[in-house]
Design a protein around this ligand. Structure first.
Ligand SMILES: [Zn+2]
Length: 261
């Protein structure tokens, strides 16, 4: 039975991933999420349902449009596969149960995947994802009887980034961090509470220096870097996913090491 449920969760994750691909493309372009249906961006031919099966269709079609042969970005099956595996992991983490924690983590995970790719593409973090996320996070915490932690998390998470943005603005005499990052951290704070929010900022800064620094070096070798603005959203998101599952272990370790009872 568990085995069957796991297969269902995997397929459900890939379907959500397929929907996220639509969000990632349309949301920053201000297009409707529902109309028109999926179509090839090159030849505009509508994509039939049997050519729109997550992961499977990409493999069957050999990564090309059935009608014009245009290459389909590898990102589509990648996002679908990422969500399928992410959902499966969350299911395993929840002890193979459809608990509140399971739904909470897959909501956060899905939002962060969409936010990360939109930030990479367009350097924006859409409020259409972060602001409802804050409300949903509060709702979950209401059911978990942990609403105060969630409320403080919103202000601690958003507040730290607001301070960073202010300091960065004074240091570099230009806006170094968008308000979207502040809203993203408020969203994460609502979901994870204030302690894990601090952890997320620390981990994100670590990833940004480690991965972002490496990426910047690779890029500047290949082409002239016209802007040194690094999208911070993907690093915050990666940190938040880790904190969502292993944040409590890390926070407890810190407290026990430095403030033993
Ligand atoms: Zn086509």
């Amino acid at each position: 039975m568990t085995y069957l449920a796991a297969v269902f969760v995997f397929i459900f994750g890939s379907v959500i991933g397929s929907f996220l691909n639509v969000l990632i493309w349309r949301l920053p372009r201000g297009e409707s999420i529902i109309f028109p249906g999926s179509h090839c961006p090159k030849c505009n031919h509508p994509i039939a349902f049997y050519d729109n099966i997550p992961i499977v269709s990409y493999i069957i079609l050999g990564g090309r449009c059935r009608h014009c042969g245009e290459r389909i970005s590898l990102r589509y099956p990648l996002v679908e596969g990422l969500c399928a595996l992410g959902f499966l992991f969350a299911f395993w983490y929840s002890g193979f149960s459809f608990s509140l924690g399971f739904f909470k983590s897959i909501y956060l995970f899905s939002s962060l995947v969409a936010i990360s790719f939109i930030d990479i593409d367009k350097r924006i973090i859409p409020e259409a994802l972060t602001l409802p996320g804050i409300a949903v996070g509060l709702l979950f915490s209401l059911f978990e009887h942990d609403i105060l932690n969630s409320l403080i998390g919103i202000f601690v998470g958003g507040g730290i980034l607001l301070c960073f943005g202010f300091i960065g603005g004074v240091m570099f005499k230009k806006e170094s961090m968008g308000f979207g990052d502040v809203e993203l951290m408020a969203f994460i704070g609502a979901f994870l509470g204030w302690q894990k929010s601090i952890l997320v900022v620390i981990l994100a800064a670590f990833f940004a220096v480690l991965l972002g620094g490496g990426l910047l070096l690779l890029k500047s070798r290949k082409r002239k870097v016209d802007d040194h603005y690094i999208p911070f959203g993907p690093y915050i998101s990666l940190a938040a996913v880790i904190a969502c599952f292993y944040g409590q272990v890390m926070v407890d370790f810190y407290i026990n090491s430095f403030f033993p009872a």
